[in-house]
Structure formats: C-alpha cells, structure tokens
Design a protein. Sequence first.
Length: 461
Amino acid sequence: TIQTLQEKMIEGMVANGYEREFAERCFHQIEGFGEYGFPESHAASFALLVYASCWMKCRYPDVFVAAMLNAQPLGFYAPAQLVRDAREHGVEVREVDVSLSDWDCTLESLAPATGEDEPSSGAIGRSEERPSFDELRRHPRVKSPGGEGIHPRHAEMAQHIRTTHAVRLGFRQIAGLKKNDMLELVRHRGHGYDSVRDLWLRSGLSSTVLERLADADAFRSLGLDRRQALWAVRALDRVGDQDDLPLFASRPERETEPDMRLPPMPLGAHVIEDYRRLSLSLKAHPASFMRARLSSRGILRSEALSKVKNGERVMVAGLVLVRQRPGTASGVIFMTLEDETGVANIIVWPKVFERLRAIVLGARFVAVTGKLQSEQGVIHIVAERMHDLTPMLGLLSEAGQTISALAHADEVRRPQMTMAQKRQGNRFAGPPRLDDSRPKPSQRTEAVGVVEAMPAGRNFR
C-alpha cells in the first residue's frame, strides 16, 4: 500500500525544494524498511522480551509472579493461574494481611529449608553431568503433589530454580480498594496494628474500607478470620460512639461488650469469599470439595491424564479458564479447564459446539467426555459430550437461592428474533430461550452469588 503514496511523497518533496534523486532515495528506504525492516525489528524486540521473561520465570519464579501480579490486568492467564503455577514451582505465596502487605505484591525473606543449601560435589546442582530424571525426582526441593516445594511434573527444573523469597500478595488484589487508602494504612502502620479498632483510629479509614479488608480475610495477623473481623468492623462507627471524637481519642480504657462466639465458617465458604474478593484462593481449589462426587462419576483428576493411553475415552471436570476461537482454526474452540491438580486442554469441533453452545459459552464448571490425544507429552481431549456442573458449586456455601448455570453467553440470555418473527412484525414473540427461568424439580437450593464469585473464563478470538 505504500506505493500509493510514492508520487505524493516525491512530488511533495520536490515542491519543497528537495532534489528528485534524494526524494526517490528516501522513498525507497522507507519502502524497504516497511517490507522487511519493521517485521525484523519487531521480531527481534519480541524475541528479547520472550527470552528475558522465560529466563526470569525459570530462575526466579518468585520475582516473575510478583511482577506479573503487579502488572495486572494483562496477559492470557488470570491471577489464580499465575499463583498456582508459581506454587507448583516451589514459590511460597502468602495471604494479604493488614500488618504485612503493601499495595503491590512484595517479596519477603525466606530462610532455606534443611537440605536446600548449595549441593556438594557430585550432588544434584551445578555438576557438569546432567542428572537423571529419577535423581531429579529425589531432589530435596521436589515434594509430593499438594505439599510445599516443586511439583514432580516440574522436577527437571529443580536444579535451575533459585527462589529465595516468598511472595506476599498486595492490597491491589482485593476488589474495590483504592490505592490512596491503602497507602494511608501502610503509612500509619509503624510496627503493626493491635486490633481492628486500633487500625481504624490510627489510619482514619472508613468502616466501608475496613469491611472490604475483612471480607478479603486480611486480619489473620490479628488473630481474626473474615467473619470475626467483619463482626469487629461493624461494631465501629456506631451512632453515639465517642472513639472518633478528638476529646476521647486518647482515652486509655473504655467499657467493652463481651465477645460474641461466632460459629466457625466452613472452608468452602472461605474459598468462595476468596474468589469473590481476590479472584483466587490460597486455601483450597473449589474442585477439591467436589472430588468425592466427581470420582463416583468416573471423572479423573487432570494430573492422571498423563497415565492414560492415547485414544482412550476419559472424563474430566474443572473450572473454565479460557475459551479460544482462533480465526485460522476453522471454527474450532479450545477450552482450558482447571481442577485442584492442574489443567486439561479441550478441543471442541464446530458441530459439537453448535450442539453444546450454551454449556461451552455459559458454564463456569463443566465435565467433559471425549477421546484423549497425546503426542510428545502434549495432551488434549476431543470433546464428545459436556455436562454443566455449575450448580454443584453451591456445595461450597452454606445456604441460599438457586444458582443460574449460565453466564451472559452469546444468544443465550439475550437471544435474537428470527427472520420469520421479524417478517410477521411481532415484536413481542421472543424465540425459545435455552435457559428456562422456571425452576426445575431436580435443581438444588444453592448459595447466593456463588457462580458470580467463580471465574467466568477468558474469551479470546
């Protein structure tokens, strides 16, 4: 297309007093750069970024994940997946806390555990001879799944990882908080806060801000879980309370009400609130609470897929992380599901997608049945059937109303009128809905907002 500007550029330069030969030479230089120079320079700069990022992720996954979380929103993966991958590579990730967190995610000193010092001669480490995979699996930093340390699937990286810090999540991870408010909290913190009331009086933050911190379970260093902290916050700033008046601000003692014994909050409810407030949870994965039910249906864990033979039919289930529909893939959709052990990659052919459109686009938690394809360690499942297990997420919470299994999917919640209806001119005769709003007898009574707390999945076209 640059040729269309050749005459305009050259004649314009000549009209401005430049020699025609010089003008033509300038144009050809621009033309040559446009044809090859720009792609080459772009590729070179991108290659440098990729190499530097991969080196950092390999050697110092603690630094890498902290930087990625501080740069959100960006990239292909959500914070929950970045944190899961970092933990599998041996990084300790710590909760948001009013006494320890800053606005950004930070690095905290991590003393090396016994057996993690520099290996002696002949041990796994910097020896010139590459150790065997069995030796790597016996490396002191490689632990069993679910434990602290490097996951066995990343055992080959054990000799390269040089993590020396834990990652402390920052206040930026909590939805609804303002940076200036959290900077004030940090500025007045000093050596720490003694109580919720102490934080409120010293920082000057509103009870609304403190409620968001309590909802995010950020008072653990004060010995309070989210329910206890929320109870303490709502006792502040009452009508007639004298603690916020200058005359009584320094009063050493005051009459207090007796502590209320609150019922313990179930772990599943904590996980739901973590996802709602932080978009991730360090306590557990939602799928782990349904594992017994899933196993009774013959549904495998993601980590078990590597032991399945190529071509066998399997069932997996998990949260929907990503839906991709590349323009060059002829309508094929690629889905990524996550359970408590890892991810599973799903291929959905166009015909299957048309049949299961509502589930593919709208479900948050699905089970997939299909044939496993494995080639050079890359595993996919070609979907044949899907089941929407989103209502099962209600098992994590205590009580509430019915969960809608569908998100705001294309032509599911807001279907378009057919051409026949448009010709008839009937604006009020809507097409049949795929998500019948009438309650079904088999539907369970689930928790309010549980589905909205879970990730809806990222869509890429």
